[in-house]
Design a protein. Structure first.
Ligand SMILES: [Zn+2]
Length: 376
């Protein structure tokens, strides 16, 4: 077992890194066990441990019970020795998280700052993030960076939003955000890092399609435990899969995209009410809501079936809408997907995302943490 990577390049692990990862996954381990597991000599292990102690990222935690002879010292990760900050920029707010080396959130806060393309907005954004970072009371050298999850496609180097039609900021450069921040930031496509955060929670997943049922729909393809980015960072944009030729107008300029039928925005428009009221009435058997939801699931099942014609794998249903979906709803979706399938008796499974609306910010922080740990 080793720490995942976000991008599909395999890091060349040094002994020190292998030792760090062994401690990371074992959680508590002795020097002797590390040497045995990794087939390294005790002096080699001791030298690497010395480096890791000096960096402050591992710590001694007492002694194991003696099995005869001297008691062995317990070594573990110091999870809060380094942290990363993740920020999700949304139309109506800014969500910020700080996570430790095990990817556990330390602090999270949502600032009700609605997006607008103006200097005043970027200044307010910077002030909110800086204030959040200050409240952590960490030396900046121990903060690995700020991962900024944006609603749009981002160049592979994290410098430019190459397509951000939702908020109208296509072409925006990282420097626009950076100039108001004290800590270095990097841009990420929100859906890709959100998928990465969900993948992190499921160590047994190899291949999956991640569907973010958010106000705007999103998707990502996970292959071999990597988020597949495609040749031009525009893979698995399933929200713009054409479902209904000549159908509803989409923000991308086309008609009939999945976005227009399965996003939370489209569900609320069809229902004529917000999601809270909608599910309340749906679960009470309201006929209008039942009909709207039936159509919603029909479109979602059709899209899932289309995806399955290309890639046979499981699906992670996540995002804003996920907590509203009951087991009965998922069973309805399951039977609609099976009904849409060309071949009968196909197996099919969903998993639920666990991060809810915080997935993008957490994923952006997680990528920075994992890159740091892989590059030790
Ligand atoms: Zn579209």
């Amino acid at each position: 077992m080793r720490i995942d990577t976000f991008y599909t390049t395999e890091p060349n692990l040094s002994n020190t890194n292998r030792i760090f990862q062994e401690i990371y996954y074992q959680k508590t381990i002795s020097k002797q066990e590390i040497a045995k597991h990794l087939k390294l000599s005790l002096p080699t292990v001791a030298q690497s441990l010395k480096e890791l102690y000096a960096m402050g990222i591992i710590e001694k935690n007492g002694y194991f019970e003696s099995t005869g002879g001297r008691k062995a010292q317990i070594i573990s990760i110091a999870p809060r020795a380094r942290i990363a900050v993740g920020v999700s920029l949304l139309r109506e707010s800014i969500m910020i998280t700080a996570m430790d080396l095990y990817g556990k959130p330390i602090k999270e806060k949502t600032y009700p700052i609605p997006f607008e393309r103006s200097e005043a907005y970027y200044a307010a954004f910077g002030a909110a993030v800086n204030q959040f970072v200050d409240s952590l009371k960490y030396p900046s050298s121990d903060i690995l960076g700020i991962g900024l999850a944006v609603q749009g496609l981002v160049s592979r180097d994290g410098q430019t939003i190459i397509n951000g039609d939702i908020l109208g900021y296509t072409g925006t450069d990282r420097s626009v955000f950076q100039k108001n921040l004290r800590i270095n930031c990097r841009l990420f496509h929100d859906t890709e890092v959100a998928a990465f955060a969900e993948l992190w929670e499921y160590p047994d997943i190899q291949n999956a399609v991640y569907i973010a049922l958010n106000r705007n729909l999103g998707g990502a393809l996970i292959m071999g435990r990597h988020v597949y980015l495609g040749d031009e960072a525009s893979s698995c944009i399933l929200e713009h899969m054409r479902l209904v030729p000549g159908g509803r107008k989409c923000y991308c300029g086309q008609r009939g995209c999945l976005e227009g039928y399965c996003s939370v925005n489209s569900l609320e428009t069809d229902a004529g009410m917000d999601v809270d009221h909608f599910f309340e009435k749906l679960n009470a058997g309201d006929p209008h809501c039942t009909e709207v939801f039936d159509h919603y699931l029909d479109y979602l099942a059709l899209a899932i079936n289309n995806i399955r014609m290309v890639i046979d794998c499981e699906f992670i249903l996540a995002g804003f809408l996920q907590p509203y979906l009951t087991e009965a709803h998922l069973q309805m979706l399951d039977s609609k997907v099976k009904h849409a399938a060309s071949f009968k008796n196909t197996t099919f499974s969903f998993r639920r995302g666990v991060h809810g609306p915080n997935a993008a910010a957490r994923g952006a922080a997680l990528v920075l943490l994992i890159e740091y740990m892989n590059e030790l």
